[in-house]
Design a protein around this ligand. Structure first.
Ligand SMILES: Cc1cc2nc3c(=O)[nH]c(=O)nc-3n(C[C@H](O)[C@H](O)[C@H](O)COP(=O)(O)OP(=O)(O)OC[C@H]3O[C@@H](n4cnc5c(N)ncnc54)[C@H](O)[C@@H]3O)c2cc1C
Ligand code: FES
Length: 283
């Protein structure tokens, strides 16, 4: 769990980046605390539709400048409001939240896999791995070319960047799981890190396991409080003791060892889950 601050963050920049917007926020107390994989939540209005804070992975934290950068896909009322926030306005921000990616002690070769804006937390992770003498490769996917985020950012970090789109409008045609084995073998990866929708994370975890590799997955499970209170964000996860429990993605996650998440049981209450006996199998 992070050591978050609640603060008013000034909007310094809102810039379109392809189909997304990149936001730069002044948050000098939060910035030094952020590690790759942490997320932030923003309060975006006072109407009932905007009551809940919205969660965003931190793209970049710059402690010297006292800034946080986020990448935002316009989806519903909250993100529509957010990308239209004028420069100079302030937003209520809580950051950093969640448990970040584990960082290796020494050099490792990591394959970083993302769907769409799922790449946001992976660039800072790549920088930390490179600083430790390791190597990275990226496998970036999306439904179509506009849905890709950060291909140029990835290419600035490594020449091992593979792009895949479902409609074939950029890179290879298909899902990220298609060329996954090829990407693992191309860089001789020791570990995989992935961020995106749950079915994709399940498939990437399984493919990594097929190569004997651990896959750290950053989930983006819809969440309400973001701070561990409401239990709306839970996933069934097998603990180190072998016992399955519901685990909060906002505090114990969003980063999990993908091999411990019971992907096929998400949305159900498995009968063997600690404390779940007799709940009838449905959430
Ligand atoms: C840990 C985490 C990291 C995320 N990182 C990013 C990111 O870097 N960039 C980005 O664009 N989006 C990210 N998301 C998704 C983002 O939070 C949702 O797109 C956003 O909350 C939608 O809000 P809305 O008001 O526009 O849409 P609405 O559909 O009106 O949202 C209604 C409610 O559903 C929740 N919700 C809806 N869709 C999602 C979703 N896909 N994931 C989580 N909650 C959802 C919202 O929090 C809100 O409470 C992340 C989500 C999580 C949990
Ligand atoms: S969102 Fe409330 S406990 Fe996770």
């Amino acid at each position: 769990m992070a050591n978050p601050v609640v603060t008013r963050a000034e909007v310094l920049e809102v810039a379109p980046e392809g189909a997304y917007h990149r936001l730069v926020l002044r948050a000098p107390e939060a910035a030094p605390r952020v590690r790759p994989g942490h997320f932030a939540t923003l309060a975006l209005g006072e109407t009932s539709a905007l009551l809940l804070r919205r969660a965003f992975a931190v793209l970049r934290a710059d402690p010297a400048a006292g800034t946080l950068e986020l990448v935002v896909a316009e989806r519903g009322a909250g993100t529509r409001e957010l990308v239209r926030t004028p420069v100079g306005a302030t937003l209520s921000l809580i950051a950093p939240l969640g448990t970040p990616f584990p960082l290796p002690d020494g050099p490792v070769t990591a394959l970083l896999v993302a769907d769409g804006h799922g790449s946001a937390p992976l660039f800072a992770l790549a920088e930390r791995i490179l600083e430790r003498g390791g190597q990275v490769g990226f496998l970036l996917g999306a439904a179509d070319a506009p849905g890709l985020y950060g291909v140029d950012r990835a290419r600035a970090l490594t020449r091992d960047v593979l792009v895949v789109t479902e409609d074939g409008s950029a890179g290879l045609a298909g899902h990220v799981t298609g060329p996954l084995a090829q990407a693992i073998e191309a860089i001789d990866a020791d570990v995989v890190h992935a961020c995106g929708p749950e079915p994709m994370l399940a498939a990437v975890t399984a493919a990594a396991a097929g190569h004997g590799l651990r896959c750290w997955t950053a989930v983006q499970t819809p969440m309400a409080c973001g701070t561990g209170i409401c239990m709306t964000c839970v996933l069934p996860v097998v603990g180190a003791d072998g016992v399955s429990r519901f685990v909060r993605t906002c505090t114990e996650g969003p980063v999990f060892d993908g091999g411990r998440v019971r992907w096929a049981d998400i949305g159900t209450v498995p009968d063997d889950l600690a404390g779940a006996a007799g709940m009838g199998g449905q959430l």
